[in-house]
Design a protein around this ligand. Structure first.
Ligand code: DC
Length: 221
């Protein structure tokens, strides 16, 4: 079957918008594969850190990418056979991911890997440029967002529920910092694709957001 017949639901949006949670539930409900593209940039940032490669060293980082053995299995993420699921979620690696993601050569080096996730019966892809760059022919394009304050509160509650220390004001400032870098970069900036439907989730439950995404798919197939 040609790749173009495999449906893709592209869900883009800013950090902590809840798009990962919504994307995973939709993928589960439909029996689709799931691509967490942000995790790829996080893995690249972690690998660079471990190898002592500066996050600003575009060419060196791009050369590192083909050497990485990245695997997703049963909800866990592996780098060179080591489970990095927890290590890639720190604030430091989030900031690193945002820096390595600003390099065009690094983005290019990750394109084929992202395309390889498009497998039958379908894919839910979550990121920043899923609709605009990686899967421009996606069946459904959603830009899922919420206000910075709501996103900071969600992240705060998530950290507290895991028993971790959290400072709301710092989280809010870090989010705004990351938004600014992701939105203002020259390559694949975080802006809604012109074809994307905007899904503002500040006042929605996860279930409501999931239902809207699934209803959009039904309208488009
Ligand atoms: O979604 P996330 O917070 O895990 O993403 C981490 C960083 O990676 C984020 O700052 C932006 C970047 N990113 C990107 O540039 N393009 C994507 N498709 C996904 C993430």
């Amino acid at each position: 079957m040609s790749k173009s017949y495999i449906p893709v639901i592209a869900i883009d949006g800013p950090s902590a918008s809840g798009k990962g949670t919504v994307a995973q539930i939709v993928a589960n409900n439909l029996g689709y594969h799931y691509l967490d593209s942000g995790a790829l940039y996080r893995i690249v940032a972690l690998a660079a850190l471990e190898k002592g490669v500066d996050w600003q060293a575009e060419e060196a980082i791009a050369k590192l990418v083909p050497q990485l053995n990245i695997a997703f299995a049963q909800g866990e993420i592996y780098l060179n056979n080591s489970n990095v699921s927890e290590r890639i979620r720190t604030e430091k690696i989030g900031q690193g991911a945002s820096q390595v993601a600003a390099h065009p050569m690094v983005r290019l080096a990750l394109v084929n890997l992202q395309h390889s996730f498009r497998q039958t019966p379908g894919l839910v892809a979550d990121g920043r440029d899923m609709a605009s760059v990686i899967f421009p022919d996606a069946t459904v394009k959603i830009f899922l967002t919420a206000t910075a304050e709501v996103r900071a509160e969600r992240r705060y509650k998530q950290l507290v529920s895991k028993g971790q220390k959290a400072d709301y004001q710092k989280i809010l400032m870090d989010l705004q910092d990351r938004d600014a870098r992701d939105t203002n970069r020259a390559t694949s900036p975080l802006i809604p694709d012109p074809e994307a439907s905007l899904l503002e989730t500040s006042e929605l439950t996860v279930e409501e957001a999931v239902n809207i995404v699934q209803a959009t798919l039904l309208k488009n197939v």
